[in-house]
Design a protein. Structure first.
Length: 340
């Protein structure tokens, strides 16, 4: 809290962003990559839901929000700030792009031997009395970015003021922001008539371009874009073997945050945690740096690419693999609402 108070006192002026300054950078595509189907709300149930097929509905996102009292013209982010600015959220600090035309990433894939031999990581293991994971059976590690807890309004202030250090606020559950924030949502008529029950609404906020690697969600979901742009690469559940989901250390460094907005990462948190829920194919990396066997199998995969702009809604069927590229717009943010 003290660090954030100091930052607020010395915050830079709000930066300005141009769309052309933050282009939507493409992810590494599969061997066969088609375009996402666009449908009208009246066709959603038949062509998307029943067909279990990804699709985009253009310019219907505002239907998920109730109109503010008095017809206020506040943007969605401003309205949630007004009702839940003091709520605590968790933000991550994405890793920089690994090559000139690459993307900052939330899923760094690194050889386990290289990660656990880093001096600060080895020291963290010794200090905590933790054994080094079995890197022979777990050759690759999923290294997530360091994270920090701050107030929602401080996260937004950071996004608008600290260009040098981007942040990513992921899956902030609306119920955790309070009943008033949750009460702003509604189900459009074209969703209600399908019988689709939308639960677990959550917000996602990025202050710069960033990539998220392939993963699956158990339930189907709707992704509503309010600011910024996303490209979502989607592959059918049957393509899993081509995406290299294997058990791997799932680790995150510790973070120190300075009052000037700079961060330092060191050591490792929970070094023996493992998971198999994320692909070890790094879609943000330089393809020439990827193992040949990964590229070869991915080259045999088929998928569809779905791009959504402010006001658009993307339907993602249950269990479909998806990787995401995000870019901000002139608001210097990319804000999304996800409903499972």
């Amino acid at each position: 809290a003290n660090v954030m108070a100091k930052m607020a006192g010395s915050a830079q002026a709000h930066r300005t962003c141009k769309v052309s300054a933050s282009p939507l950078r493409p992810l590494l595509p599969p061997g066969s990559n088609g375009r996402c189907q666009e449908v009208q709300p009246a066709k959603f149930e038949e062509e998307c839901l029943k067909a279990e097929r990804p699709c985009v509905l253009r310019q219907v996102g505002s239907a998920f929000l109730k109109q503010s009292k008095g017809g206020s013209k506040l943007r969605p982010l401003d309205q949630w700030m007004k009702t839940a600015g003091n709520a605590t959220v968790r933000v991550s600090f994405p890793y920089p792009a690994s090559h000139e035309n690459g993307l900052p990433t939330l899923n760094r894939i690194q050889r386990s031997a290289n990660f656990f031999s880093q001096e600060d990581v080895a020291e963290s293991l010794r200090t905590g009395g933790q054994p080094t994971p079995d890197i022979a059976s777990l050759p690759w590690a999923l290294v997530r970015p360091g994270s920090w807890h701050m107030r929602f309004q401080d996260a937004v202030s950071w996004a608008l003021s600290h260009e040098a250090q981007p942040i990513y606020m992921n899956q902030v559950m609306l119920p955790d922001l309070g009943a008033t924030a949750l009460s702003r949502l509604r189900s459009p008529e074209w969703v209600e008539r399908t019988g689709l029950q939308l639960t677990q609404p959550s917000l996602w906020l990025s202050s710069a371009s960033v990539a998220t690697g392939y993963h699956q969600d158990g339930p189907e979901n709707l992704l509503v874009q309010f600011t910024g742009t996303k490209e979502v690469m989607l592959l059918h559940p049957s393509e899993k073997a081509k995406l290299h989901y294997t058990e791997a250390p799932d680790v995150e460094p510790l973070v120190e945050l300075s009052s000037d907005g700079s961060i330092s990462v060191y050591g490792v948190r929970d070094p023996n945690r493992t998971s198999s829920g994320h692909s070890l194919l790094d879609v943000a990396a330089d393809p020439t740096a990827l193992p040949a066997e990964m590229l070869a199998s991915y080259g045999k995969a088929s998928g569809v690419s779905c791009k959504i702009d402010p006001g658009d809604v993307l339907y993602i069927p249950a269990q479909w693999h998806h990787a995401v590229s995000t870019a901000v717009d002139e608001s210097c943010t990319a804000l999304s609402l996800n409903l499972w």
